[in-house]
Design a protein around this ligand. Structure first.
Ligand code: HEM
Length: 228
């Protein structure tokens, strides 16, 4: 497999991990949070350079479910990441005070809102690339072409993660965070650190699984409609 492509995927994985670290502000503390966020944005610049051809192809995007949905998700990512970046600069403790004088309570709330939406949208973005990620994992592990037994085991694992993800969404109070509700109900990192990350990963797994299987179903419908 092309080593540049593997490096790209390693960068993507690191960016996703840094997003999760960023969410654990009350565990990391401010300095580590700002460093993790800066590193994530630098990786996203690299990600955009690697994927620059996508933007040149937008005008020619086919009117098929996957392509249109993919485009909408990338636009949503652009908005969420831009909100995250602008609010980060405004509330930063490391940057000069002149900027942070614009950052108040509302800006902090918008920052949190954008961060939790980023978790959901990045997971949908990965769900759209699930066959690619599975293919790469299979070849790195030296496994043969897809086999029905393994596929079913993976489907059952995806179902278990999705069910866990529903529970995790309640445990994290995700609905309130995505609706920008004011709450002092933050995760207690003194009780468990791993628990927070497991819940975040399960929510991401839920979004990936729903995206992947919903898209498979839509594409099957499109194919049936075309042959009919
Ligand atoms: C932590 C955040 C992100 C992760 C983990 C991630 C992951 C991925 C992966 C695995 C791919 C396919 C492999 C590759 O090209 O590297 C991809 C493609 C892509 N990503 Fe991201 N991504 C993230 C954020 C973003 C953001 C913020 C944008 C832009 C707003 C973006 C735009 C794109 C585009 C345009 C493609 C190519 C899409 C296509 O050809 O259909 N990604 N991403």
């Amino acid at each position: 497999m092309n080593s540049v492509f593997l490096l790209r995927l390693a960068f993507d994985l690191t960016a996703a991990a840094l997003l999760l670290f960023g969410l654990s502000y009350w565990w990391l503390g401010n300095a580590a949070h700002e460093l993790a966020g800066t590193a994530m944005f630098l990786l996203l610049v690299v990600h955009t350079v690697f994927n620059r051809r996508f933007y040149g192809r937008i005008a020619k995007t086919r009117r098929e479910a996957r392509d249109l949905f993919n485009l909408a998700v990338i636009l949503a990512l652009l908005v969420a990441m831009a909100m995250l970046l602008v609010t980060s600069v405004l509330i930063s403790n490391a940057l000069p005070d002149i900027l942070s004088s614009f950052g108040g309570f509302t800006v902090r709330r918008i920052h949190t809102l954008a961060a939790y939406w980023a978790l959901v949208i990045v997971a949908v973005h990965l769900g759209l690339r699930w066959p690619l990620i599975m293919g790469v994992t299979r070849s790195l592990l030296g496994l043969s072409a897809p086999n029905p037994g393994r596929s079913w085991a993976l489907r059952l694992a995806a179902l278990a993660i999705a069910i866990h993800g529903v529970w995790s969404a309640f445990e994290l109070g995700l609905g309130g965070k995505l609706a920008m509700q004011v709450s002092l109900d933050w995760w207690n990192f003194e009780t468990s650190v791993a628990g927070f990350f497991i819940h975040c990963v399960a929510v991401a797994g839920l979004c990936m699984a729903v995206t992947h299987y919903a898209l498979k179903w839509l594409q099957r419908r499109e194919r049936t409609a075309r042959t009919a």
